[in-house]
Design a protein around this ligand. Sequence first.
Ligand SMILES: C=CC1=C(C)c2cc3[nH]c(cc4nc(cc5[nH]c(cc1n2)c(C)c5CCC(=O)O)C(CCC(=O)O)=C4C)c(C)c3C=C
Ligand SMILES: [Fe+2]
Length: 452
Amino acid sequence: MTEQPPAPGSRGVTRRAVLGGGLLGAAAVGAAGFAAGRAAASAGEPAPDTRAAGTYPFTGRHQAGIVTPAQDRLYLASFDVTTDDREDLVALLQRWTTIAARLTQGLSAGPYGAASGPYDAPPDDTGEAADLPAAGLTVTFGFGRSLFVAADGTDRFGLADRLPDALVELPHFPADALDPARSDGDLVVQACADDPQVAVHAIRNLSRAAFGAATIRWTQLGYGRTSSTSTAQTTPRNLFGFKDGTANLKAEEPDELERHVWVGEDAAAHDSRDSSWLVGGTYLVARRIRMQIETWDRTSLREQEALVGRTKGEGAPLSGGEELTEPDFEVTGREGTPLVALNSHVRLAHPTHNDGVRMLRRGYNFTDGNDSLGRLDAGLFFIAFVRDPRTHYVPMQTTLSRDDGLMEYLQHTGSGLFAVPPGVPDGSLVTGSDGTPITTSHSPFVGQALFA
Ligand SMILES: C=CC1=C(C)c2cc3[nH]c(cc4nc(cc5[nH]c(cc1n2)c(C)c5CCC(=O)O)C(CCC(=O)O)=C4C)c(C)c3C=C
Ligand SMILES: [Fe+2]
């Protein structure tokens, strides 16, 4: 399906003013200098905290929302593709790409906006973000294994010979209690913003644009980031009350990102099928981890710190020093036992105990009501971006699930693994008469190389 751009002279009113015929609109939120500078940059580049500025570029070598400084809010949706027509799938990705490009720049989902289109048609934007700034919105797309091959082996869209080796079915880890209704999916859309209404508006409008082609399988709302992805950010806290994200990979470490996050030519060259379409992309691992916070809250401070391996106040390793001091796993206490305990989370997750592996964590706290015993259904929606889940996630999760003392308080209730294609190239978006992105039959889209 192809949307028509508004006719010349029609009321192409957008969520906010369109400036200079480009992909802007950011200046309208009151940070013109910063936004103008950022507009020339690409998605996926290190950037200062967005809070004041409002927009991140949508296009670039990598998709935004990965090394972008983690915003405060998340709304993530997994979709099942309902069409079996490859052209419908491509058209969906074209619509999604255009809408994401628009929304991330503070524009309405469609060229008319919520209140200015033809009176006898539904508005092309749902309207609840009409007066809100872009709030640092990023939209990141990924493809699940089931998009390539169905459970019965069917090649659904002629993509089976493009399935990357690393897009595996994750194994069952000890103590997994996964709910199929909160797991997997053909497509994933991660919307992050500093305003929850902006993130929800993005998913709602993308879901609306998927009508007839894909339906939502599960979603997760997250508040309160549990990681820093830039050295410019302070370290936040998770629902156990501990600083989380201290030793995370950061945007300011480009060499480490190449080593641990971005899929390189070398990976594609060694694959058994043609996965060159994923070069410059990554993998998104999602785990919904429920935390038994009522039990945790009755646990002594000594025990809490021992299980994490860091102090609760400053987040310093128990071997000594300050938050950013590297843990020393050899130091022992009076009884001759290591100060950073053998079953502590930090020891078991540290690169020295995982073949040097690091990951870019980008998780969020969640609270989804309560169970029948009055306990909060709360926890950490773990998201990590890695270059190969077989080396960078599965071994670490296997160790943690088996040996991590924290596991006594954790239950994994949802799971997903998605291949995240590279970004849409700068300057490739098709724009209408008002200079804003529109969908045509030749619009570029996220993951286009997969269908080439
Ligand atoms: C498989 C990977 C990981 C899962 C799942 C995971 C869950 C999880 N983590 C915390 C709390 C903390 N994690 C911390 C560090 C840390 N965690 C992982 C990996 C997983 N965590 C890594 C790779 C690291 C860094 C290790 C290092 O290099 O030192 C910390 C310490 C502070 C920090 O560095 O971020 C905390 C605290 C919870 C509560 C949780 C599940 C709910
Ligand atoms: Fe952790």
